[in-house]
Design a protein around this ligand. Structure first.
Ligand code: SF4
Length: 375
C-alpha cells in the first residue's frame, strides 16, 4: 500500500450532512467540437456535495477536472455541449440561460482562478475591482461598499488594507494577488466556492498559506468548496472527500480518510507515488507516471489507463471498467477490474513490456528538500 502524504492535518469536522446536498451532479458529459473531432472532456460524472464540506478533485492536466468545474458553473465556450443534470440548491441549472446564471455567479457560487495576474484587471485599482462586484450584486452605498472591501481584505489576511485598496495588481506579490482574488470571490458571500489550482503559480511557502486560508474561510463560512488540483498532497488534510479523475471520468471516489487509508485505483496509487514526502532522503527520485493520458477524441475501447497501468491485463484492453462500490466499503467507489490490494490484482502483463511508456530519464523528478527542512 502507498503511504499517504504527511504534510498536512485533518480538516475540521464538517457539520452533520442533513437534508439534500447543495450540489448534485448526475451523469454529466461535456464535449467540445474541434477540427479533429469531438473532444469528450467530461464523461458521465456524478457527484454530490453538502454545505460545509470540501471536495478535492484531483488529476493530471487534461483529466477534465477544470472543465468539470466550469461545466457545473456554466462557464462554457460556444463550442461546448453538456448533457446530464446539475442541480444546485434544489434547482436544475444545466440548461439555464447565461442571464439566469449571472444571478448565481457571485451570490451563490464563485471561483478562484489559477493565475490572479490574468484574472485581475491590470488597469483597475483593487478597490474598484472589489466594489464593482459588490455593486453588481448587492444594493450598497459607496461608503458601505468601501467598508465591505476593507473588511474582506482583512479577512483574507492582507495587512494595511486601506493602502492596498489603492494599489494596482502589478504592485503586489503573487500571494497578495491571490488573496485579492479570494476576497473578490467571497465578496457576495457565495455558498459554494470553486478553487481551480489556486496555488500553482505560487512558491511553496505561500502555497501553504493560501491553502490554509481557503480551508479557514470554508470552515468559518460553512461554504461548500471544490478544490481542483493535480496534487494529491494539496487535498490531504484539507478535503473531506476526494474524486480522482482520469480521461474525463471519475476513477476513484471516497472520503479522504478512506482513500488515503486504502488506495484502490492504480492511477491514484501512481499519483501518490509522485508526491514528495518529508521523510524522503535528499536526491530521492520521485516516480513520474509513465506515458501520457489518452487522446480524448479517440479514446481506447477498454480502460483508458491500461497503457500506463502496471496491473493491466487482457480484460482491461477489451472492457472499460465501471465505477462501482468497493466490496469492503460501499462508499468507496473505484473504476478498475483489478483494484490495488485485491486478490485479483496481478503483476503487470508481459504484453505491456514494450508499450509506449515514456520512462525517459528526463521524465524523472528529483526532489531536493529545503536545507532548513521546510516542505
Ligand atoms: Fe489498470 Fe486494468 Fe484497473 Fe484499468 S482496469 S486501472 S488497466 S488494472
Amino acid at each position: 500500500m502507498t503511504d499517504a502524504p504527511t504534510t498536512t492535518t485533518e480538516p475540521q469536522a464538517a457539520p452533520t450532512a442533513a437534508g439534500a446536498p447543495l450540489l448534485q451532479v448526475t451523469d454529466l458529459h461535456t464535449s467540445f467540437t474541434s477540427d479533429r473531432g469531438t473532444v469528450r472532456a467530461v464523461r458521465g460524472v456524478s457527484l454530490s456535495l453538502q454545505r460545509g464540506r470540501t471536495l478535492g478533485i484531483v488529476g493530471e492536466s487534461g483529466s477534465g477536472k477544470s472543465v468539470l468545474s466550469r461545466s457545473i458553473m456554466g462557464l462554457m465556450p460556444s463550442n461546448a455541449t453538456r448533457t446530464g443534470s446539475v442541480v444546485y440548491d434544489g434547482t436544475e441549472i444545466l440548461n439555464a440561460s447565461p442571464s439566469t446564471m449571472r444571478n448565481y455567479w457571485g451570490d451563490e457560487m464563485a471561483m478562484v482562478f489559477q493565475d490572479p495576474m490574468t484574472a485581475l484587471n491590470p488597469v483597475l485599482r483593487v478597490e474598484r475591482q472589489i466594489t464593482e462586484s459588490l455593486h453588481e450584486h448587492l444594493d450598497l452605498s459607496k461608503q458601505q461598499a468601501k467598508d465591505t472591501a476593507l473588511a474582506l481584505l482583512t479577512s483574507v489576511g492582507i495587512p494595511e488594507p486601506a493602502r492596498r485598496l489603492r494599489m494596482y495588481p502589478h504592485e503586489m506579490s503573487g500571494g497578495m494577488r491571490q488573496r485579492i482574488m479570494i476576497a473578490i470571490a467571497l465578496a457576495c458571500g457565495p455558498k459554494m466556492l470553486f478553487a481551480d489550482e489556486p496555488t500553482t503559480a505560487l512558491d511553496v511557502t505561500v502555497q501553504a498559506q493560501i491553502l490554509d486560508l481557503l480551508q479557514h474561510l470554508q470552515t468559518d463560512r460553512q461554504m461548500a468548496m471544490i478544490l481542483v488540483t493535480h496534487d494529491l498532497g494539496v487535498v490531504a488534510g484539507r478535503a473531506h472527500d476526494i474524486a480522482v479523475m482520469y480521461a474525463g471520468e471519475i476513477v476513484e471516489q471516497a472520503s479522504a480518510k478512506a482513500l488515503f487509508a486504502s488506495v484502490r485505483h492504480p492511477y491514484t496509487e501512481a499519483l501518490l507515488q509522485s508526491i514528495p514526502k518529508l521523510e524522503m532522503a535528499k536526491h530521492t527520485k520521485l516516480e513520474a507516471i509513465g506515458g501520457r493520458p489518452p487522446d480524448l477524441v479517440n479514446l481506447p475501447q477498454g480502460c483508458p489507463f491500461a497503457q500506463r497501468c502496471r496491473y493491466a491485463q487482457d480484460r482491461c484492453r477489451d472492457e472499460a471498467p465501471a465505477l462501482l462500490p468497493d466490496p469492503d466499503d460501499a462508499t468507496h467507489l473505484v473504476a478498475c477490474h483489478f483494484p490495488v490490494g485485491t486478490a485479483a490484482e496481478q503483476p503487470r502483463h508481459e504484453a505491456l513490456a514494450d508499450t509506449q511508456l515514456d520512462h525517459a530519464a528526463g521524465d524523472d523528478v528529483v526532489f531536493e528538500p529545503d536545507p532548513e527542512g521546510a516542505s
